[in-house]
Design a protein around this ligand. Structure first.
Ligand code: NAD
Ligand code: GLY
Length: 365
């Protein structure tokens, strides 16, 4: 019997559980409860498959299971890759009663969720996240989609999974860089509106980096509880869910400008949060000691705090103008009034943003 904790994303009849614990991939009872039809398509990638596919298939032995193994990496988060899933589903005569299982990191989760949202106008799917980033963030909340060459995550849909199974044991095979990328999103939750959690991450950053099992489990549980609360209150991001994008507007511009996959998403979010804090400080909203405190934690997580040397202010402005928080040409940003006091706002001058970006890019260069 596995020991695990269960959280709930409360969305009425579309509510679903998040299970967090060690060795959960192999638990056939857990996943079995959330599969509706007979046919299951596991979607994974060429890196994850050799490590975890056998255990996943064994857990699904009571179903008719097929597999799509996709190429690995952010550069493959495209419509062409989604089409590979559709090809397999149609070739194997999967009907509307099927279930897709996303086995992998955030890239696999986002692609598979989008395929599930659109195949025959929507089929069930289950998230089995295997990176820290996916366990603390991307597997929860139903944002699915792919990148466009002109903008990150620009093509997508809201489609909630039937459950999330976060097997903490999978984190043992993750590279140090990918572990750090996940820590960026963990830090984000504290920086948004939880000063106590921020303090906890500061105090436990070494334990998290050295993969202390209880520290990681606590961080995953707190992060998922935080995200579940926000998603339950604002599923479609008409308000407070946008807070979860702290650092992301700057970060997405970095990812797009650098070529998808050259900066890990979590690295871009780390630098993006520091940029949001520095811009907030330049507006007189954030004290400099708090900006420095955020920077010190991001650095301690082995993440960058500055934009790429080669990036220019004009590139940021252009890429940020296609952000999903642009409404009628006005870009809302997530800015900070202190650690744990983030706000979604358009209350800044465009010239002030341009000036800030010019000086921030000059410091990085
Ligand atoms: P990823 O999916 O590319 O995974 C990172 C790398 O780790 C990949 O090479 C992957 O194959 C490998 N990997 C996966 N599990 C592993 C394991 N257990 N052991 C060893 N290697 C493993 O990247 P990610 O950081 O998991 O996710 C980033 C993506 O998530 C981005 O595309 C981002 O836009 C998206 N995202 C989505 C949301 C959302 O709400 N939908 C939120 C945050 C991020
Ligand atoms: N990662 C941002 C969100 O899920 O809303």
């Amino acid at each position: 019997m596995n020991v695990f904790s269960t959280l709930k994303v409360d969305l009425g009849e579309r509510s679903y559980p998040i299970y967090i614990g060690a060795n959960l991939i192999a638990d056939s009872t857990l996943i079995g409860k959330h599969i509706s039809g007979r046919k299951v398509m596991i979607v994974t990638n060429e890196f994850v498959a050799p490590i975890y596919l056998d255990a996943m298939r064994a857990a699904l032995a009571d179903f008719e299971t097929d597999v799509v193994v996709l190429p690995d990496g952010e550069s493959h988060k495209t419509l062409n890759t989604v089409n590979l899933i559709f090809d397999k589903l149609l070739e194997q005569r999967f009907d509307r009663n099927c279930t897709l299982v996303a086995l992998g990191g955030g890239v696999i989760g986002d692609i598979t969720g989008f395929a599930a949202a659109s195949y025959q106008r929507g089929v069930n799917f289950v998230q089995v996240p295997t990176t820290l980033l996916a366990q603390v963030d991307s597997s929860v909340g139903g944002k699915t989609g792919v990148n466009h060459r002109l903008g990150k995550n620009m093509i997508g849909a809201f489609h909630q999974p039937r459950c999330v199974i976060a097997d903490t044991k999978t984190l043992s095979t993750l590279s140090d860089a990918e572990l750090s990328a996940g820590l960026a999103e963990v830090i984000k939750y504290g920086a948004i509106d939880s000063p106590d959690f921020f303090n906890w991450v500061e105090a436990n950053i070494d334990a998290l980096k050295s993969r202390d099992a209880s520290a990681l489990s606590y961080a995953i549980e707190q992060s998922c509880a935080h995200k579940a609360r926000i998603v339950a209150a604002d599923e479609r991001e008409s308000g407070q869910r946008a807070l979860l994008n702290l650092g992301h507007t700057f970060g997405h511009a970095i990812e797009t400008a650098s070529g998808y996959g050259n900066w890990l998403h979590g690295q871009a979010v780390g630098a993006g949060m520091c940029m949001a804090a520095r811009f907030s400080e330049s507006l007189g909203w954030m004290r400099s000691d708090e900006t420095q405190r955020l920077g010190a934690l991001v650095r301690a997580a082995n993440l960058p705090t500055n934009p790429p040397e080669a990036m220019r202010a004009s590139q940021f402005m252009e890429l940020m103008s296609v952000d999903k928080k642009v409404r009628d040409g006005v870009l809302k940003l997530v800015l900070m009034r202190g650690i744990g006091q983030s706000v979604v706002t358009a209350d800044y001058e465009r010239d002030a943003l341009m000036q800030f970006l010019e000086s921030d890019c000059a410091v990085a260069a």
